[in-house]
Design a protein around this ligand. Sequence first.
Ligand code: ADP
Length: 223
Amino acid sequence: MGRMAEKKQFVVIGLGRFGGSVCKELVKQGHEVLAIDTDEQKVNDYARFATHAVIANSTDEAALNSLGIRNFENVVVAIGDNIQASILTTLVLKEMGVKNVLVKAKNDYHHKVLEKIGADHIVHPENDMGRRVAQHLSDDKIIDFIELSEEYSIVELFATSKLAGKSLIDLNIRARFGVTILAVKKGEVINISPEPTYQITEEDLLIVIGHNQDIKRFEEQGM
Ligand code: ADP
């Protein structure tokens, strides 16, 4: 989003659709990215996005050493179909002492092995995206959401006419529904921890935190 993060150095291994978009977004956010792929065409395509783009095989420890990978704290392993290469790469990176290794997993078996060999973060982008799309499709009131755990989320909801003109104190949302309004957005202006006397208007975007069941109850009965 709009927040400017501290500049960091990343390595992205594998420039498929997932690794490629991770690489572009990190650069866009102001970070330095060393992009690696075995495929010369991919490396050429990403030369204009990444800070450096090189042809190398990440299962080759000597090649990673000569690129100075051990000096990077954050490495993303985005090798798609070749599970063996993904596992071997992760193993080499953890053995080298890379602190933060994020790996894209293809299936549960792959996930389990990655966990055992010390991957720090394991992601399943297709599954995660599928879940997000389904949530959006099944609930058109929710504009965006962040899953904090299996049970808790932060969601964005547009205030309805039912809430308009009422103050937070009148609505007593926390006591009635167990959810908390963290912030209220009016266009680009964000009001963090609004005062109890704050009066909601219909165009307000409410950023709400709570248990999923409580959020659902608030949406169904409170809005
Ligand atoms: P996605 O599903 O994200 O599009 P792909 O399988 O298409 O994933 O892309 C994976 C990328 O990883 C490919 O560009 C491939 O060339 C690259 N790759 C595969 N094995 C290695 C390896 N050992 N070292 C570096 N890059 C690799």
